[in-house]
Design a protein around this ligand. Structure first.
Ligand SMILES: [Zn+2]
Length: 251
């Protein structure tokens, strides 16, 4: 049985009759046999839901547990440490530039750009103050002003990435054919619901993908320019902003 197979109700009933722990979550059939003894809410929390649609329960329980564990609370002390690191890198960049060490100053500036994007990421998730306007302004300052990237475009793709993480047809972050393939699903052409574009498994992919362990870092070294392209597209079509504000995105 393939993980992408569509299962008839009789097949699901048969699996339950065989003693498997089967739960429905959204449109997906989950086989939780090995997860049964590891569930933080105890095995009964799962057994109660066998053969039933547990979408609401899973979402509510997970949300409550995250809240109870304080995982929604931002550790501001850690942000202080992060901030000190960014300031140190920026100061080192200025210092090296001041004394004419251009290559060294470029390295510090690159490290500074690289590191501050973590803050843009968290701001884009509204994970710093949880206040939409404040976190969005922080993210815009870091991503747009400091790094030249559109946080509006980034949010429109990144939110989809977190909703349907690692699903080949839906997660835009792993759709990198013909350069990289992260799972066998890409070995046949797949249609991206995010880009509304078919990633064809063609002759270029046949040549490039076997060498992806060598090409990954060189390609990622210039991947930023690809982001500029997406940024320009989303700005021209006003798409990133619209999707960010109104949450309109097909998938
Ligand atoms: Zn994220």
């Amino acid at each position: 049985m393939d993980r992408d197979d569509i299962l008839e109700p009789q097949v699901v009933e048969g699996m339950i009759a065989e003693g498997h722990t089967i739960v429905i979550f959204e449109d997906v059939v989950l086989k939780l046999d090995s997860w049964l003894h590891q569930h933080p809410g105890g095995r009964l929390a799962i057994l109660h839901m066998v053969g039933r649609d547990a979408t609401d329960e899973i979402k509510a329980a997970l949300h409550q547990q995250i809240r109870d564990d304080g995982l929604y609370n931002c550790p501001y002390l850690d942000y202080g440490k992060e901030l000190a690191r960014y300031v140190a890198l920026f100061a080192a960049f200025l210092f090296a530039l001041r004394f004419g060490h251009h290559i060294l100053s470029a390295i510090f500036l690159g490290l500074f750009w690289h590191q501050i994007m973590f803050t843009a990421h968290d701001g884009g998730h509204l994970a710093i103050t949880s206040h939409f306007a404040v976190d969005t302004l922080i993210a815009m300052f870091v991503a747009d002003f400091c790094c030249g990237l559109s946080i509006g475009w980034w949010k429109s793709s990144h939110n989809v990435h977190h909703l349907v993480t690692n699903q080949p047809e839906h997660d835009p972050d792993i759709q990198n054919v013909p350069l990289f393939a992260t799972c066998p699903s890409f070995f046949r052409s797949i249609h991206s619901s995010y880009y509304d574009f078919t990633f064809a498994w063609d002759a270029v992919a046949e040549i490039m993908v076997p060498y992806q362990r060598y090409t990954y870092y060189p390609v990622m070294g210039i991947a930023r320019f690809n982001l500029y392209l997406f940024f320009k597209q989303s700005t021209i079509y006003f798409q990133g902003f619209r999707d960010t504000i109104f949450g309109r995105r097909r998938y």
